[in-house]
Design a protein around this ligand. Structure first.
Ligand code: ACO
Length: 388
């Protein structure tokens, strides 16, 4: 075996735990206090008072827009909301059961092929590319979702906001004010989150100076795993499993005894409750104010409380994360679980683009080292002599 290749100062940080790889001014996750800031603003304030378009502008351009800037930005987003026929055909050719995130990953790569100048790197053009990608994402997701549900694809409407359009293209109905605002808040609070796995992926890929389509497409791939963006759908599965099991307490006892994980709980950075989970829980309370003892919320409440006691008794800082309540909110908006992880992408696409723009201003190729543990200097045996 090879000798230890690490010098004394080098330490392996598996999973990049605690490793700081770059600076950013896009967002800050304060894990100790359980806070999340976008360009210095608390997400609670943005979720209370800002629109999707305002927060997207903030992340991409670095400051809140003035009235005319916001108008121009929103107008451009709408202008770019027409998906090329070729990309639509590619989505239509995918198998009916294709997960929306897999379709988005494919379609973003395909969009890059239909853009005649995807490689421009001037700041102005990067922003234009970002807007195109942000505008196209909900259209691609809604198209895939509708095909998945056996419905025909609907084009975006020019008279609706980004959040209204997303719900409209999913359901075919213009949403009421409360539903549109709930979707808008969900998109705002999931737009960015420090160097999470998918954002790191976007930055690592973009650092090779490839185009924005390639970097965002790769980020979607990272988001699609159950340890990252797929957990909201897994929470729904957990609810179904508990229902089948019959009793949440013994389900959880069994899960803990077998070393399983409660989906929608735990986080690498937060040592407190995830502030996005708090916002989702409040949103859910608002949306369900007229429902009489909804079963899913009762079960989720029980799981959160029982798991909290379990983890506290073991001194483990594990709390509910953004995915714990989000699915219950989306169900109240009439959305099926297959789309839950994709809503995350419709939000996070803004953060990915903002990070790519930021990185391009002072690019450095992401290229970490590894500690090799295999053999060296083996004697090559010709094929004919092997296995004798
Ligand atoms: N349920 C039970 N135990 C847990 C959970 C959980 N949800 N999360 C962490 N733990 C335990 C682990 O079993 C481990 O215990 P051990 O030290 O006794 O082996 C310890 O806490 C550390 O867990 P890791 O998985 O090593 O910690 P990591 O920082 O990698 O975990 C992660 C972060 C992946 C999010 C994890 O908490 C998890 O798998 N949660 C469930 C999936 C989920 O909700 N993902 C969404 C995250 S938010 C987002 O990305 C949008």
């Amino acid at each position: 075996m090879a000798q230890d290749t690490l010098s004394q100062e080098q330490v392996i940080r598996r999973g990049m735990d605690e490793l700081v790889v770059d600076t950013t001014s896009v967002s800050w996750v304060d894990g100790q206090q359980g806070r999340l800031y976008y360009r210095g603003f608390r997400i609670e304030d943005l979720a209370k008072s800002a629109s999707f378009e305002e927060v997207a502008y903030l992340l991409l351009c670095g400051e809140l827009p003035a009235g005319q800037q916001l108008q121009g930005f929103s107008w451009k987003l709408r202008q770019l909301s027409h998906t090329p026929e070729k990309t639509i055909r590619i989505i239509q050719e995918l198998p009916r059961h294709t997960a929306p995130l897999a379709a988005l990953q494919t379609a973003l790569a395909a969009l890059g092929c239909t853009d005649p100048k995807p490689k421009y790197s001037e700041e102005e053009t990067l922003l234009g590319l970002a807007l195109r990608i942000i505008a196209q994402t909900p259209i691609i997701l809604a198209a895939t979702y509708r095909l998945h549900q056996g419905n025909s694809i609907l084009p975006a409407r020019d008279d609706l906001t980004h959040a209204q359009n997303f719900l409209y293209m999913l359901s075919g109905r213009v949403p009421d004010e409360e539903a549109a605002r709930a979707m808008e808040i969900a998109l705002i609070i999931q737009m960015d989150h420090g160097f999470n796995s998918s954002t790191f992926t976007a930055r690592a890929v973009a650092s090779t100076l490839t185009n924005m389509y390639a970097a965002t497409s790769a980020a979607v791939g990272a988001l699609s795993g159950p340890l990252h963006g797929g957990a909201s759908e897994e929470v729904v599965q957990m609810l179904a499993d508990i229902e089948e099991w019959g009793d949440p307490k013994s389900y959880l006892d069994n899960l803990f005894a077998s070393g399983g994980k409660v989906m929608g709980m735990g986080h690498r950075v937060y040592k407190q409750t995830d502030p996005r989970a708090v916002i989702f829980e409040k949103l859910l309370a608002q949306l369900t104010r007229n429902e009489k003892s909804p079963k899913d919320i009762q079960t989720l409440g029980y799981v959160a409380g029982y798991a909290r006691e379990h983890f506290a008794a073991r001194n483990q800082p594990i709390h509910v994360n953004v995915d714990f309540w989000s699915g219950a909110v989306y169900r109240r908006l009439g959305i099926q679980p297959v789309l839950f992880p994709a809503i995350f992408a419709a939000a996070r696409i803004v953060g990915w683009c903002a990070h790519i723009i930021e990185l391009r201003q002072n690019n450095r190729l992401y290229r970490p080292l590894s500690s090799y543990t295999g053999p060296v200097d083996l004697k090559f045996v010709p094929l004919a002599e092997r296995g004798k």
